[in-house]
Design a protein around this ligand. Structure first.
Ligand code: G1P
Length: 287
């Protein structure tokens, strides 16, 4: 079985849900406490042993490239002033550890992934949707890679949500379960509540076999008129093993304002240097 060495991060989205904050700043650069969302995802990938980060970007996203590059002026000035360089930990991806490709038109998540086909090549790979913040230790992808090493094939992370909210997500038709793993019998993108096969949704982490790129080549537009990754994955069910993995940890949907605020509060309360003051303020405010 080939190891998972590469990860694709689709980051070309316009982030209209967070305007005006995201007019000039990519939504992936919004911070949770003091670290941008994209870096949480990259850290999670590294923890899972992934070596190459492939960012599918678009116009106006160059802050992401700068974030993972060397910042000479900053480093020199910080050095001269004796500042703590640890603050920049994890922000530098060396040559070969990151690749950028452009998705020139917003044709959907499936199309964004397909834009990375030549770089992914002929090996299994991971996908991270950085909006979905998976918080826990070990991280979500590390848990998935450990499970993948036993069962192979394709794997998606899933979680249960209230049934009335499923229409915003990819939804799983579940088969038999064994511990954290459930067989995937079907997948449907953004179904109407009454048509949804379950309340188990695709939550933004994937391990896929390279054949999905061949399927995406001819994938037609689906929900919302976009080329959907979910539709391409659905076609691979039955051809290769396909499992859903339930993350042992916490998920914050940082694509929504409430989810983003929850993530900031929860992570601030975990930081020893911030927790006391933040907790006292929150209690005060609620009273
Ligand atoms: C995408 C996927 C969907 C998944 C969701 C998770 O949807 O297409 O299957 O459940 O991310 O956040 P989007 O949020 O891009 O509409």
């Amino acid at each position: 079985m080939k190891p998972i060495r590469k990860a694709v991060f689709p980051v070309a989205g316009l982030g209209t849900r967070f305007l005006p904050a995201t007019k000039a700043v990519p939504k992936e650069m919004l911070p949770v406490v003091d670290k941008p969302l994209i870096q949480y995802a990259v850290d999670e990938a590294r923890e899972a042993g992934i070596e190459q980060m492939i960012f599918v970007t678009g116009r106006g996203k160059s802050a992401i490239e700068d974030h993972f590059d060397i910042a000479y002026e900053l480093q020199t000035t910080m050095g001269e002033r004796g500042k703590d360089m640890d603050l920049l930990d994890g922000t530098r991806l060396g040559p070969g550890a990151c690749v950028y490709v452009r998705q020139q038109e917003p044709l959907g998540l499936g199309h964004a992934i397909w834009c990375a086909r030549d770089i992914v090549g002929d090996e299994p790979f991971a996908i991270f949707l950085p909006d979905e913040m998976m918080h826990g230790s070990p991280g979500c992808m590390k848990q998935m890679v450990d499970a993948y090493e036993k069962v192979g094939g394709n794997m998606i992370s899933v979680l249960e949500i209230p049934r009335e909210a499923v229409s915003s997500y990819g939804v799983v038709d579940p088969g038999t379960s064994d511990g954290n793993l459930t067989e995937v019998k079907g997948l449907v993108e953004k179904p109407a509540v009454e048509d949804a096969p379950s309340n188990l949704i695709v939550s933004g982490r994937y391990i896929l076999q390279p054949e999905v790129m061949r399927v995406l080549e001819t994938q037609e537009a689906g929900a919302g008129g976009e080329i959907q990754l979910t539709d391409a994955m659905a076609k691979m069910i039955g051809q290769q093993p396909f499992h859903a993995h339930i993350f042992d940890g916490e998920r914050f949907d940082c694509g929504s304002k409430v989810g983003y605020l929850k993530a900031n509060l929860a992570l601030a309360l975990e930081r020893p240097e911030l927790a006391k003051e933040v907790r006292a303020f929150a209690v005060d405010l609620l009273n």
